[in-house]
Each structure stands twice: as structure tokens, then as C-alpha cells.
Design a protein around this ligand. Structure first.
Ligand SMILES: Nc1ncnc2c1ncn2[C@@H]1O[C@H](COP(=O)(O)OP(=O)(O)OP(=O)(O)O)[C@@H](O)[C@H]1O
Length: 245
């Protein structure tokens, strides 16, 4: 019985999280469990609290109330770098590469940061991640010569370098063409197939619908819907929050 409980335990447990800035409540009593390998979409209108929630999970912010439990460990008080070492990685909306470095060098910095213990030389590990992301041919290219979609892939590769259990993708597709969105989505979905849990913040609804097994919609710091993508999109409160009607 114990074994079954361990297998079924959520990877991430967010419990009664409240985050205020001065007198303003950005997150109001948020509780959600995310299972291992789940592809989880996080949506909500501008200012609804998505980034604040992700910041509380990655450690950039500490909530006033509530807890974040990851792999059974309460990490609420841990700083971001220790959360990264436990397997939480974040890929940012605006890629921030070290411009003068090559794509391979950018990745090796990520490996150093994570102090990833590997029997393989770091360069081999970095090259295998670049191959996985379809960027092997760009390994020696300076990062400032990459196209937008290549930059997004490099950002995901850098997040992958820490060998995450949980990858948080923060608007990785903003500004891309629809075929490029599909390329990045295919990559994210293939990572999900390797049991990497992914939380995707995204405004492109078509991408959210295709990617997510479950979707959570925030509005004014509260969960207004949580469930299968079709159900959430059909929810009247979600439609009102987006359409402002
Ligand atoms: N450091 C801060 N100080 C004060 N207010 C903040 C701070 N960070 C966020 N907020 C406020 O908290 C609310 C939620 O912001 P948050 O960035 O989490 O929203 P979001 O859903 O990610 O929005 P967007 O889609 O525009 O990125 C907003 O009203 C924002 O102004």
C-alpha cells in the first residue's frame, strides 16, 4: 500500500498559497497538485497572478501564507538555486543568452550552475541536449546569430541542462509564427513523454489546448477553473475573464 501511495504522490503540491504586495493580494489561497509527467497549462488575463505563482514555485518570491512541496519535501523556504538543484527549471519568455558565447558555451554555463553530476564530460552532455532540441548544427554559432525560434529552443535547452523534473515554460512561444509555435510545442510534448512535468504559461490558446492535459485559469489571484482544456475553455467565468464581459 505504501508503495502505491508513493507512486501516486503528486510531484508538486501547492497548498493554500497567498502572496500579497503591500495591501494588494496577487495570489489568494491557491491550492493545486500536479502529478509527475503532467503537461499543465496555466492561463489567465494579464495581471491575474500567473507569474507570481510561478515565482513562488521557483523561489523568486516567498508567499506570506501556504506551502510548496516538491517530491514530498517542503521547499517553501528554499532559495531558487537550491530548488533548481532539486529539479525545478524555468525557461523565460525573453531569452537571456550570454550573447558573446556560442550556443554550446551558453549551455555549459547552465550545467555548471546546476552542478550536474554526470559520468560524461560536460561538453558531451551539452551536445546531447542540443541534438535533442534540434540545435546541434548551431553549437558553434554565437548565440546572437540565432533566429527567434532558435533562441527559444536554446532557452529550453538551457533549462533542460539542469535535468529538471519540473520545467516551467513562461510564454516560450510569444511572437513566433504558427509553424514555429508547433515546432516548440512538439519539443515540449516530447519532453513530457520523458516524464518531465511541464507547467506552461501561455497566452496562445491554440497552443494551450494542444499541449495541456489539464488547464488552470487564474483571475485576480484566484483559481476560477481547473480541469480538461475543453472544459476550462467552455467555462463561462473563463470566457468572461478573457473577454471582459
Ligand atoms: N513585485 C511586485 N510588487 C507589486 N505588485 C506586483 C509585483 N509583482 C506582481 N505584482 C502585481 O500582482 C498582480 C499579478 O501579477 P503577475 O505578474 O503575477 O500577473 P500575470 O498573470 O503573470 O500577468 P501577465 O500575463 O501580464 O504576465 C499584478 O497586478 C501585478 O501588478
Amino acid at each position: 500500500m505504501t508503495m502505491v501511495a508513493e507512486v501516486d504522490a503528486p510531484l508538486l503540491q501547492v497548498g493554500t498559497l497567498t502572496k500579497t504586495f503591500g495591501g494588494f493580494t496577487a495570489l489568494d489561497n491557491i491550492s493545486v497538485d500536479i502529478r509527475k509527467g503532467e503537461r499543465f497549462g496555466l492561463i489567465g488575463p494579464n495581471g491575474s497572478g500567473k507569474t507570481t505563482l510561478i515565482n513562488c514555485i521557483s523561489g523568486a518570491l516567498k508567499p506570506q501564507v501556504g506551502s510548496v512541496v516538491f517530491c514530498g519535501e517542503d521547499i517553501t523556504q528554499l532559495p531558487p538555486h537550491l530548488r533548481a538543484r532539486r529539479g525545478i527549471a524555468r525557461s523565460f519568455q525573453i531569452p537571456r543568452p550570454f550573447k558573446s558565447m556560442t550556443v554550446l558555451e551558453n549551455l555549459m554555463v547552465g550545467l555548471d550552475f546546476a552542478s550536474v553530476d554526470s559520468r560524461l564530460p560536460e561538453e558531451d552532455v551539452a551536445m546531447s541536449i542540443l541534438t535533442r532540441m534540434g540545435l546541434a548544427s548551431k553549437a558553434a554559432a554565437p548565440s546572437n546569430t540565432l533566429s527567434q525560434v532558435e533562441l527559444r529552443k536554446m532557452e529550453l535547452a538551457r533549462a533542460m541542462a539542469v535535468r529538471p523534473k519540473l520545467l516551467i515554460s513562461d510564454e516560450a512561444m510569444a511572437g513566433l509564427s504558427s509553424s514555429e509555435v508547433d515546432e516548440v510545442l512538439d519539443l515540449l510534448i516530447s519532453l513530457g513523454e520523458e516524464d518531465i512535468t511541464i507547467i506552461m504559461i501561455e497566452h496562445i490558446m491554440q497552443a494551450v489546448m494542444r499541449f495541456s492535459e489539464r488547464v488552470m485559469c487564474l483571475d485576480a489571484g484566484k483559481i476560477i477553473a481547473l480541469g480538461a482544456p475543453g472544459e476550462v475553455m467552455a467555462n463561462k467565468r473563463v470566457q468572461e475573464a478573457y473577454l471582459g464581459t
